[in-house]
Design a protein. Structure first.
Length: 237
């Protein structure tokens, strides 16, 4: 074999090696890409499964609350599944047709409505919320087995209308007033329900979230209770 033939043979071997290397590279890249696609899909499916379990948990809690209200004859309470915020409970507006829950600018509960708050506390006791993890164990397990943690929070939210506060009001702004009103209701509910401090949270939004087109409408003044199954990713080592 002469020199020219040797060069040609070397180039042919090099070309074959390059093709083999390229095919190997493509195969490895395709396998790696497929692996990441499968991994991402699995993560997405896990996320969907967790969200679905969270939704099912909130829906089951809503149905249990609705049934408890029916059994206790509390037709003056409205209940909604407001996922992801939780199960929303609030008095029917007709309850305050003759008198408001609070006097203008005040956080003192009208004594007329204290029996209603006591009844709400009894409802919370009947729901056995202190054993929330055990009562909804299967759904809780589905969530926690996928790396998330779960805790029930009873969140009391206060809202006002946009009318100016009376000059002699002990509060300087509606946001503070709504927060103090939420805490007054929280105290009454906690006393009646016997649920520990760890379950409770309060928030005051002033006139930021009106229910009616006119923010000055007195019907925007309200206090709402949310039974909120809080879920977050478990980052503990």
């Amino acid at each position: 074999m002469n020199a020219q033939q040797q060069v040609a043979a070397g180039e042919a071997r090099a070309a074959r090696f390059q093709r083999i290397w390229m095919m190997t590279y493509v195969a490895l890249f395709s396998a790696l890409l497929a692996f990441f696609v499968v991994l991402i899909t699995q993560v997405q499916l896990e996320g969907i499964a967790v969200k679905r379990a969270h939704q099912q948990l909130t829906q089951q809690l809503y149905l249990d609350v609705k049934d408890a209200l029916r059994r206790q004859g509390m037709d003056w309470v409205r209940v909604e599944n407001d996922f992801p915020k939780g199960v929303r409970l609030y008095p029917a507006p007709a309850l305050f047709a003759d008198a408001p829950l609070f006097a203008p600018g005040s956080d003192r509960i009208n004594p007329r409505f204290e029996p209603y708050l006591t009844a709400m506390g009894r409802l919370l006791r009947a729901l056995d919320l202190a054993r929330f993890q055990q009562r909804y164990g299967l759904l809780v397990q589905q969530i926690e087995s996928r790396g998330f943690r779960l805790r029930l929070t009873l969140r009391v939210e206060g809202h006002t209308d946009s009318r100016p506060l009376p000059a002699d009001a002990p509060f300087t702004d509606a946001m503070t007033l709504s927060l103090y009103r939420a805490d007054r209701v929280r105290q009454a509910l906690q006393r009646a329900s016997l649920l520990a401090d760890e379950y409770w949270a309060i928030a005051g939004y002033g006139a930021l979230h009106p229910l009616f087109a006119d923010p000055a409408d007195a019907r925007n003044e309200r206090v709402e209770l949310y039974l909120q199954p809080d879920m977050w990713e478990d980052t503990r080592p």
